[in-house]
Design a protein around this ligand. Structure first.
Ligand SMILES: *Cc1c(COP(=O)(O)O)cnc(C)c1O
Length: 373
């Protein structure tokens, strides 16, 4: 029998979450953001669940090629644009749309020979200070691009730094409107948090929204809101089994560094999942885990291939009992139990994004077409 750890990808959840994005941004087109191998779910797998999107947004030309090989004929957007002049040949060949965020990218375009003018998304740095033209340089970049024979349509975009938190988006919206309000072209502003929290305002939702993490069933603004609040369904379940049981006396310790000490007799279960699978090594004692669909917590340090959980209050748990690290538990009683990746991540001092992207290649993946369990 193979090691009992596996990741399940829920195609129905991807489809559902895409619909949620559409409901939040009525009339806008939706870029399904599938960078980082579909946020760790596998590009080909998420393509199956998200093919109702209007386009796919990603970073790597290799990933764009893969989508074309899967027969995606619609728009593909390179979110960071091209990394050198030669990438433009691939854009011409594969019909890729690309972000333009700096003067060098305009220079490369001006020198590029192509039969097909490119659709570009000109990016303004409205305060994120990562990629994009400074607001005062934006109009000039727009004029330069618009005049190039290599360029078809120029769309306008920016990226929010605080759409998930109290600072919000007003300061960036003001800058964007001041410097681009009168320029022609389609607009794209919202990531998941922008889509969920602000896209009811037509000026914010623009023509294209760019949801990423919400499509995978994580809440961008946890713990303020969780997936239930936003009506999202987890697209990934990480599940395993109990592969060993230990009985502890008071004073016994668990695992490397003896981080956990029992203060009373306890029964603990050993779970086949460790940091080499992508589970965070720095997960503290008490990090939630479901055994047989019931909540319990981690005890002791996560090791490379295993971790331990408290079974003291779960007398029916035994060798082979199903363990859910995040996602949806197999049926227990009448209702399916869920453990959100956001809650696990929060306990570990990180975000759901990082955990889903970190699931390691050694974890076997099963794609489910139907609701689970
Ligand atoms: C990753 C990314 C997104 C999606 O962000 P989420 O927070 O996952 O929704 C949107 N736009 C750009 C430019 C990105 O790089």
């Amino acid at each position: 029998m193979p090691r009992p750890l596996e990741a399940l990808i829920h195609l129905d959840a991807l489809h559902h979450n895409l619909q949620r994005a559409r409901e939040c941004a009525p009339d806008a087109s939706v870029w399904a953001v599938v960078k980082a191998n579909g946020y760790g779910h596998g590009l080909q797998r998420v393509y199956e669940g998200l093919r109702a999107a209007d386009g796919f947004a990603l970073l790597d030309i290799a990933e764009a090629k893969k989508l074309r090989e899967l027969d995606w004929r619609g728009p593909i957007l390179l979110l960071e644009g091209v990394f050198d002049a030669r990438d433009l040949e691939w854009c011409s060949r594969l019909g890729l749309w690309h972000v333009v965020h700096c003067d060098e990218q305009i220079d490369w375009l001006a020198a590029h020979k192509t039969e097909w003018p490119h659709r570009v998304f000109l990016k303004m740095n409205t305060g994120m200070n990562r990629l994009g033209f400074k607001p005062h340089a934006f109009r000039n970049a727009w004029a330069r691009l618009s005049a190039l024979p290599q360029v078809d349509e120029v769309s306008l975009m920016t990226h929010f730094s605080d759409a998930d938190s109290p600072r919000g988006i007003a300061h960036q919206m003001a800058v964007f409107q001041q410097h681009a309000g009168d320029l022609s072209g389609e607009r794209s502003l919202c990531n998941s948090a922008g889509t969920l929290r602000y896209a009811s305002d037509p000026a914010v939702r623009g023509d294209w929204v760019r949801p990423g993490v919400m499509l995978y069933g994580a809440a961008p603004d946890y713990p303020e809101h969780d997936v239930t609040h936003w009506g999202l369904k987890p697209a990934m379940t990480l599940q395993s089994k109990i592969i060993g049981i230990q009985h502890l006396e008071a004073g016994d310790t668990v695992g490397y560094g003896s981080r956990f000490t029992a203060d009373k007799p306890m029964r603990i279960g050993v779970v086949a999942c460790g940091y080499a699978d992508g589970y965070p090594r720095h997960a503290p004692d008490g990090t939630p885990v479901l055994v047989d669909g019931q909540r319990t917590g981690l005890v002791g340090r996560v090791s490379m291939d295993m971790m331990c959980v408290d079974l003291s209050h779960l007398p029916e748990a035994q060798m082979g009992s199903p363990v859910t690290l995040w996602g949806i538990a197999p049926h227990h009683g009448d209702h399916a139990a869920q453990l959100s990746i956001d809650e696990v991540a929060h306990r570990c001092g990180t975000i759901g994004y990082e955990l889903m992207c970190a699931v390691s290649p050694r974890v076997p993946v099963q794609v489910l077409n139907h609701p689970f369990p």
